[in-house]
Design a protein around this ligand. Structure first.
Ligand SMILES: C[S@@+](CC[C@H](N)C(=O)[O-])C[C@H]1O[C@@H](n2cnc3c(N)ncnc32)[C@H](O)[C@@H]1O
Length: 194
């Protein structure tokens, strides 16, 4: 059982302060703009699902069966392809999605480069990668994320506070179009093409 299985029923309430501080606004900015065949990785409790426009065809994946069950409840019977699986070994053919999206995922994937390489593999050539992540900040944000990372990682057993996710996106071959930084550079909207 993963840490996310055990915290699934508390997850949304626990995230509320960060949602109110910044996440809710960024989610509303990003997810309604995505179109076509969309794969959302690390769907969690499905907090982004109500934000997608109705013409989007959705496949969602998460490693945690418990998180997926909360996501299923959120759509309440609407058609949705829910897959339990690992971002580092995606069970999809090459080039079958127009968009791969994720929020707050690559902080906790064990090997983010491998997960992002898989994301690129399943995207059609030139397809869109859209990420909302927390990562290593800038200035005071960098100092804070470096300082708190060891304690937070030991406590959470999965989440890294100081990853350079945008650099990893670029390193695995994506063409990074834009990195928007918020709250000391810690919250990042990363947009790239495959
Ligand atoms: C911090 S939660 C984020 C949930 C949601 N995306 C959000 O924005 O609130 C991270 C989610 O990623 C999932 N996850 C972590 N590592 C994963 C992996 N390697 N493959 C698939 N899902 C993973 C966890 O089970 C959890 O549901």
């Amino acid at each position: 059982m993963s840490i996310f299985d055990s915290i699934s029923s508390l997850y949304d309430r626990g995230m509320m302060p960060l949602e109110l501080l910044i996440l809710r606004r960024l989610r509303r900015q990003i997810f309604p703009t995505l179109h076509g065949e969309v794969l959302e990785l690390g769907i969690g409790t499905g907090v982004n699902l109500p934000l997608y426009n109705s013409h989007t065809s959705m496949t969602v994946l998460d490693a945690s069966a418990e998180m997926l069950s909360w996501a299923a409840r959120r759509v309440d019977g609407a058609p949705l392809d829910l897959v339990q699986g690992d971002t580092q070994r995606l069970p999809f053919a090459n080039g079958c999605f127009d968009v791969v999206a994720a929020s707050l995922l690559f902080c906790s994937v064990v090997d983010p480069a491998r997960g992002l390489t898989e994301a690129r593999r399943v995207l059609r050539p030139g397809g869109q990668l859209m990420l909302l992540e927390h990562a290593r900040g800038r200035g005071l944000g960098r100092w804070l994320t470096d300082l708190l990372h060891p304690i937070w990682h030991a406590w959470s057993r999965s989440c890294c506070l100081n990853r350079e996710t945008a650099q990893t996106v670029s390193r695995v071959g994506f063409n990074v179009q834009n990195v928007e930084r918020h709250v000391l550079g810690i919250f990042q909207v990363i947009e790239a093409l495959g």
